[in-house]
Design a protein around this ligand. Structure first.
Ligand SMILES: O=C(O)CCC(=O)C(=O)O
Ligand SMILES: [Fe+2]
Length: 516
């Protein structure tokens, strides 16, 4: 009976109440839907941050890190946001996961560690990185990438820094995470986590700094404690930053070597003008018909031991050919550990592939012939004159810490096989860059103050041994982390024993191979 309802305000009030409840529920429904769709919309928008420029090699380390975070941690969030389950999309995600290699948490952690390593070597501030700004040391300018790290990204970076002993960066990144939480009120839970981490990281940072000092083999801190009370206490204890003066032509290890390495990676000059005045660029023909037509463009880098760069050693097509041959064979590079076993480790972050002479007979023998004419060494693998070609590809932040190319025969547990003994040590290295690298990735020799910047088609050659076969410790070298771009090289290592008639050993014990 309608009139009754109309007449009674209390009835109307009841109806209104029902209506209010429904609208309230609907509003909640719409809010939730919007929130859900916002997750999806934000995800879609975020793609422009990780989509590289012209080619995939333009991917920078921040984009790489963000991309992995998306796939590993944000795909599941998208799946949850699709409610009612959108069959088409969830099936697609499942398909994508099965189709390609699916990165996992470990990949995210490695990408995070790569960012921190770059930060350490190239002096990159967390605040700038979080905004997507990368300082290019060789050009002394800032590039702006579209990447904006999230609070969660920053917290992860802080945790990875902490786990790997970068205590100062750990604090910086966690603070950065807290800043980001301020911008986004929804991140309550994350803020709580970040606060707990901050407390732990600050305490550990200060404790390590005070008890062990600011740097050791597996840790580093900033030069001052975060806690201002400790800061006061430490005043006077902090070693002043002494002026750096390079120590060249000396075998360096530990902190001194690191200091040279970092400076060379950043493009700082360590050799004096007097030293540099002696090295020249020249055209080399060796009186070989081949080179009379197209002489080798040689740039001397060092005389003892001899290091030279040879420009345009490979053509564009030849460099690309090497990469194409390597791609299907790439696997993670290993490094021989203290226990003599090969292991993938943070010391060498790259993928490698061995190209055998049989893989592409005509092409490989053409290159080997050129190598023989260039170096005067035999390059035939079957006669144990040299090894197969080893192609390496360094990924984001990839590097190879300082090492020797020869084995050091110490009385450690390492076993040298009978075959190794038969073919002898790596007498010389011939390394060819297969790509340009946009920033970083130099090959550096800390004891010699030499840094060679990658240049597509250019090669670096050096003698690793003295004439009598003794290792030359000054050849210790490394590949600096790649800051932007992708680095490919191919190595040819020549062995000692089979070269005895081409390169007779000297009469004196300490005679180096000289000249090129
Ligand atoms: O990549 C580099 O610059 C150095 C590589 C190297 O030293 C090696 O593969 O042994
Ligand atoms: Fe090497």
């Amino acid at each position: 009976n309608t009139t009754q309802i109309y007449a009674s305000t209390s009835e109307v009030r009841l109806l209104l109440e029902s209506e209010r409840q429904l609208v309230w529920l609907l509003q909640r429904y719409v809010d939730k839907e919007e929130e859900r769709l916002n997750v999806v919309k934000k995800y879609i928008d975020g793609f422009s941050q990780v989509s590289p420029g012209r080619q995939p090699t333009d991917l920078n380390p921040l984009q790489g890190y963000r991309l992995l975070q998306r796939i590993v941690h944000e795909w599941p969030r998208i799946e949850r946001a699709l409610k009612p389950k959108n069959k088409e999309i969830t099936t697609k995600i499942r398909e994508l996961r099965n189709h390609t290699y699916t990165p996992g948490q470990q990949d995210v952690e490695e990408a995070a560690l790569a960012v921190v390593r770059l930060q350490d070597i190239y002096d990159l501030g967390s605040t700038q990185l979080a905004k997507g700004q990368i300082h290019l040391p060789s050009r002394n300018k800032e590039v702006k990438t579209p990447v904006l790290l999230t609070a969660n990204d920053c917290l992860q970076l802080g945790r990875q820094s902490y786990y790997h002993g970068y205590f100062g960066f750990a604090v910086d990144w966690i603070r950065e995470a807290l800043e980001k939480c301020k911008e986004n009120k929804h991140e309550k839970e994350l803020r709580g986590k970040a606060y707990s981490w901050l407390k732990v990281a600050v305490e550990e940072h200060d404790k390590i700094l005070l008890t062990k000092g600011s740097r050791g083999p597996s840790w580093q801190t900033f030069s001052k404690p975060f806690n201002s009370l400790l800061n006061h206490e430490m005043a006077g204890h902090v070693a002043g930053s002494e002026k750096f003066s390079p120590l060249l032509n000396t075998v360096l290890y530990g902190e001194a070597e690191r200091e040279h390495y970092v400076k060379l990676c950043k493009g700082e000059k360590l050799r004096s003008s007097v030293m540099d005045a002696k090295v020249k660029c020249r055209l080399v023909t060796r009186n070989v018909g081949y080179f009379l037509l197209q002489p080798l463009k040689v740039e001397e880098q060092s005389f003892h031991p001899t290091i030279v760069t040879i420009y345009d050693f490979l053509s564009n097509e030849e460099t690309n050919r090497f990469i194409d041959l390597a791609v299907p064979k790439l696997h993670r590079a290993t490094h021989r550990g203290e226990d003599g076993l090969d292991k993938a480790s943070v010391r060498r972050i790259s993928k490698i592939a061995w190209i055998n002479d049989e893989d592409e007979k005509e092409f490989i023998s053409k290159i080997s012939r050129r190598l023989e004419l260039t170096t005067g060494l035999g390059a035939d693998r079957n006669n144990y004159e040299a090894e197969a070609y080893q192609v390496s590809n360094y990924g984001l932040g990839g590097h190879y810490v300082t090492h020797f190319d020869f084995h050091l025969m110490t009385n450690s547990t390492r076993q040298i096989s009978k075959l190794e003994e038969f073919i002898g040590q790596r007498i010389a290295t011939f390394m060819i860059y297969l790509t340009d690298v946009e920033e970083g990735g130099a090959t550096v020799f800390p004891s010699l103050g030499v840094a060679v910047r990658p240049k597509k088609g250019a090669a670096v050659f050096w003698w690793n041994l003295y004439k009598n076969g003794d290792p030359d410790l000054l050849t210790r070298h490394g590949g600096c982390p790649v800051l932007i771009g992708s680095k490919w090289v191919v190595n040819k290592w020549f062995r000692y024993n089979s070269q005895m008639f081409r390169r007779p050993c000297g009469l004196r014990k300490d005679m180096p191979f000289t000249g090129f």
